[in-house]
Design a protein around this ligand. Structure first.
Ligand code: COA
Length: 275
C-alpha cells in the first residue's frame, strides 16, 4: 500500500471514516487505505458475512471498526448506523458514499423498476448517507467523497440507468459543496477507471477481451483498488483543504478514449505506414 510509504501513518489517527458499501471491492480498498493511516472505520452494507470479513481485514491493519448492516436505500437504517458509529468511534470526519449497483442491460429491455433500483442505490443512497451524516460532518468540518463513474459524463452502451445515477451524484456533490461549504464541509467525487478484480469489472467486461481493453487505456494498465484509495486519502487529507466541488478522474486516461476502437485502428494504420 503506497500511502503508508509516502504519508505519515498517523495522518488519520483520531479521525473516523465511514464508507457505505464498504464490505467489498473499491470501497473496501478505500477503507483499508484510511485504516492503514490510523483512521477508525465505519462500514455499512447489506450482508452481515461480508461485513464481518471486511471488518477482520480492517482490524488487521490496526483500525477500530464499526460494521453495521444497512441498505443505503433505507434512510432509517442509515440513521441507526451513523448513531452506532458515533457511539463507538466518535463523529464522522470523512464520509465515502460508495454503495452502488450495476448490470448491463439494453435500455429497451430495462424495466422501470430496474432503472429505479440503480437510481435508488446510487443516487438516493448517496443523498441518504450525506443527509444522515450531516450533523456529524458539520461538527467535524468533515469531507464527503462520492464514488462516481465515467458513465456520469460519457455515455456507455447498456448503462442508461448508471449514467443517469452517476451524473446525478456528481451534481448532488456540487450542490452540497455550494450549500455545506459554509459549515466547513468539503464534497468531491472520484471517477474510478476500470479497477481489476472488482465486482463492477466482472459485471461489465468480458475477460476474454481484457488485452484489447487495456490497449485502449492510455496508461496501458488496469487500475487497482489502491489507486482509488490513494485518491480518496488525498481528497480527505489536509493537502486538499481548499478543494471542494471537484470531480477527480482516476482512470489512467480511459475516458479520454471515447472512440477507443477508432484510436486502436488508427494506431495500427500508422504503424503499417511506418513499417
Ligand atoms: N438486467 C435487467 N434488469 C435487472 C437486472 C439485469 N441484469 N438485474 C436486476 N434487474 C431488475 C430486476 O428485474 C428488477 O426489476 P423488475 O421488478 O421490473 O423485474 C429490479 O432490477 C430490481 O431487481 P432486484 O434483484 O430485486 O434488486 P436488488 O435490490 O435485490 O439488487 C441490483 C440490486 C440489481 C443492483 C443487484 O445487481 C445488486 O445487488 N448489485 C450490488 C452489487 C453491484 O452491482 N456491484 C457493482 C457495482 S459497480
Amino acid at each position: 500500500m503506497l500511502v503508508t510509504r509516502y504519508l505519515a501513518n498517523d495522518l488519520f489517527a483520531g479521525k473516523t471514516v465511514f464508507v457505505t458499501g464498504g464490505s467489498s471491492g473499491i470501497n473496501l480498498g478505500v477503507a483499508k487505505n484510511f485504516a492503514a493511516l490510523g483512521a477508525s472505520v465505519g462500514i455499512c452494507g447489506r450482508t452481515q458475512e461480508k461485513l464481518d470479513s471486511a471488518a477482520t481485514e480492517l482490524r488487521a491493519l490496526g483500525a477500530t471498526v464499526c460494521a453495521v448492516v444497512a441498505d443505503v436505500r433505507d434512510f432509517g437504517a442509515l440513521e441507526v448506523a451513523f448513531a452506532k458509529s458515533r457511539a463507538e468511534l466518535g463523529p464522522v470526519d470523512v464520509l465515502v458514499c460508495g454503495a452502488a449497483g450495476n448490470f448491463l442491460v439494453p435500455a429497451e429491455k430495462l424495466s422501470p423498476n430496474g432503472f429505479k433500483t440503480v437510481i435508488d442505490i446510487d443516487l438516493l443512497g448517496a443523498f441518504n448517507a450525506s443527509r444522515a451524516a450531516f450533523e456529524q460532518l458539520k461538527e467535524t468540518h468533515g469531507a464527503i467523497i462520492y464514488i462516481s463513474a465515467g458513465m456520469a459524463y460519457m455515455p456507455y452502451a447498456f448503462q442508461v440507468h448508471v449514467g443517469a445515477a452517476k451524473a446525478g451524484i456528481d451534481m448532488l456533490m456540487r450542490n452540497l459543496a455550494l450549500e455545506w461549504g459554509r459549515y466547513g464541509i468539503r464534497t468531491n467525487s472520484i471517477v474510478p477507471g476500470p479497477i481489476e478484480g472488482t465486482e463492477g469489472m466482472k459485471r461489465l467486461w468480458s475477460p476474454e477481451r481484457q488485452e484489447e481493453f487495456i490497449d485502449a487505456i492510455p496508461l496501458r494498465r488496469m487500475g487497482t483498488v489502491d489507486d482509488i484509495g490513494q485518491s480518496a486519502v488525498f481528497l480527505a487529507s489536509p493537502l486538499a483543504s481548499y478543494i471542494s466541488g471537484c470531480v477527480l478522474v482516476c482512470d489512467g486516461g480511459q475516458n479520454l478514449s471515447g472512440s477507443a476502437l477508432f484510436n486502436i485502428g488508427a494506431e495500427q494504420m500508422l504503424r503499417a505506414h511506418e513499417g
